[in-house]
Write a protein that binds this ligand. Structure first.
Ligand SMILES: Cc1cc2nc3c(=O)[nH]c(=O)nc-3n(C[C@H](O)[C@H](O)[C@H](O)COP(=O)(O)OP(=O)(O)OC[C@H]3O[C@@H](n4cnc5c(N)ncnc54)[C@H](O)[C@@H]3O)c2cc1C
Length: 407
């Protein structure tokens, strides 16, 4: 069997893997990208926040891959208070097959070798990696990247899978050709009592995407499916859509527990993890596409030597004396923690308070909606939080500041 040799092998062609492949190929580096599915309808809401669309402007510039641009978000609190926020900057909902296709097409156009097969094995062999695929192919690479999602095979083999406390369970339905529910493209988000998560209704071109996500182990699968069923029935005024038009999906989202963050590692000898495989998703909202793209960008910058050499290492070995891939790995570890790791860690710290804590003597989620109904400033902070533009470190302070302007 002949073996192809490349510099980088990237396992998984979701947003993280395909975007990294693009960046490397654009810089003239040889990369092989593996995925048995290509562009597929991954279980997901497909929501892209303002921050994601701003930083990765190629998404909206590409008009041949349609999305739905959202104009309003309605939030319903546990005690059924509701507020509708007007979305002034882009917030888009994509079919995941469309979004993945957009990012994968760019990678292929940039010159990536796309191998439509699953990686079934890899091993370290004389300073490089020997990789085999389900279709019997063999590739040798100098650097290995795991971009294979929340149930990452690469992660499992290199450092072990995430524990129950580090995951959320999400279920959903895609409903084809839904009845026109609302005049303007509107997203609905529903918070419930004693529930670490939320329900959503996301309109996509020709499809309504409904879902529910909650901390793994908190609700049984049956409970979650029942909650989701009632939500969809209510959404359509008491009647379920035609079952023939409904496609069920379910998957896990990394929502790391607070104690996991300080020791979280995304690199090792000749390898790195990005996106869900690294655990990079917002523990409060479940937003992961932005972090998939962002971690891919940061790793690309580190591998291409654009991120700098990083700070002094704990073992005091000067970074410049390390082998180049080790320098890149160090630079990436520091970059993801600096750019978004600390904020996500803070989100893990805030998570119990966000869903179960009290604010002005009411459940936080009730109080937020109550205050948002009355005060434009609170609506602005809430919208910024949903659009990825509000730091979790200052969220409580900013809400309090705005709330005290009212009382
Ligand atoms: C129900 C649900 C709703 C969500 N809604 C949102 C949302 O609205 N907005 C948002 O930002 N995030 C959302 N997320 C999170 C988001 O889906 C992920 O964070 C995002 O897809 C991560 O991208 P990724 O490239 O890291 O991994 P993935 O998108 O999971 O891609 C991994 C790829 O690896 C491939 N793969 C797996 N094993 C192998 C193997 N052995 N060999 C080769 N390839 C392999 C898979 O086929 C897959 O294509 C949601 C998640 C769920 C479960």
């Amino acid at each position: 069997m002949s073996e192809t040799t490349v510099e980088y092998a990237i396992i998984g062609a979701g947003p993280a893997g395909a975007h990294l492949a693009s960046r490397l190929a654009e810089a003239g580096r040889e990369a092989a990208l593996f995925d048995p599915r290509g562009a597929w309808e991954k279980p997901c809401g497909g929501g892209l926040t303002t921050r994601a669309l701003k930083e990765f402007s190629f998404l909206l510039e590409n008009t041949s891959h349609p999305c739905k641009l959202i104009k309003h978000i309605t939030i319903i609190s546990p005690s059924k208070l509701r507020v509708t926020l007007k979305v002034k900057r882009p917030f888009a909902i994509y079919s995941r097959a469309v979004l993945n296709g957009l990012i994968l097409d760019r990678a292929v156009e940039a010159g990536v070798t796309f191998i439509k097969s699953a990686v079934t094995n890899f091993r370290r062999d004389e300073g490089s990696w020997s990789i085999t695929t389900a279709d019997g192919g063999a590739v040798r690479a100098r650097f290995l990247v795991g971009a294979d999602g929340a149930a990452s095979f690469t992660r499992r083999r290199l450092i072990g899978i995430f524990g129950v406390k580090d995951l959320a369970l999400a279920f959903g339905y895609n409903v084809q050709d839904p009845q026109p529910a609302k005049e303007t493209p509107e997203v609905t988000v529903v918070f419930q009592k004693d529930f670490t998560g939320y329900l959503w209704a996301f309109p996509r071109p020709g499809v309504m995407n409904f879902g529910v996500a909650s901390k793994l182990g908190e609700q049984t699968s049956d409970q979650l499916r029942q909650t989701l069923g009632s939500f969809i029935r209510d959404y359509y005024g008491g009647e379920m859509p035609d079952p023939e038009k409904m496609t069920f999906f379910g998957a896990k989202i990394p929502t790391l527990d607070l104690p996991t963050w300080p020791t979280l590692k995304a690199t090792g000898d000749g390898w790195a993890l990005i996106g869900d495989a690294a655990g990079f998703a917002d523990p409060i909202t479940g937003e992961g596409i932005y972090y998939a793209l962002k971690s891919a960008d940061l790793l690309a910058g580190a591998l291409l030597g654009q991120t700098g050499k990083g700070k002094r290492r704990k073992d005091n070995i000067p970074a410049s004396t390390l082998p180049p891939y080790q320098q890149a790995a160090d630079a990436y570890e520091q970059a993801w923690r600096r750019e978004f790791g600390r904020d996500l860690e803070h989100a893990s710290y805030r998570l119990p308070q966000f869903y179960h804590g009290l604010f002005f003597g009411h459940l936080m989620t009730d109080a937020m909606v109550w205050l948002a109904r009355r005060h434009k400033g609170v609506r602005t902070v809430l919208l910024r939080a949903l659009m990825g533009e509000q730091s979790y470190v200052t969220l409580k302070r900013d809400l309090l500041l705005r709330a005290f302007q009212v009382v």
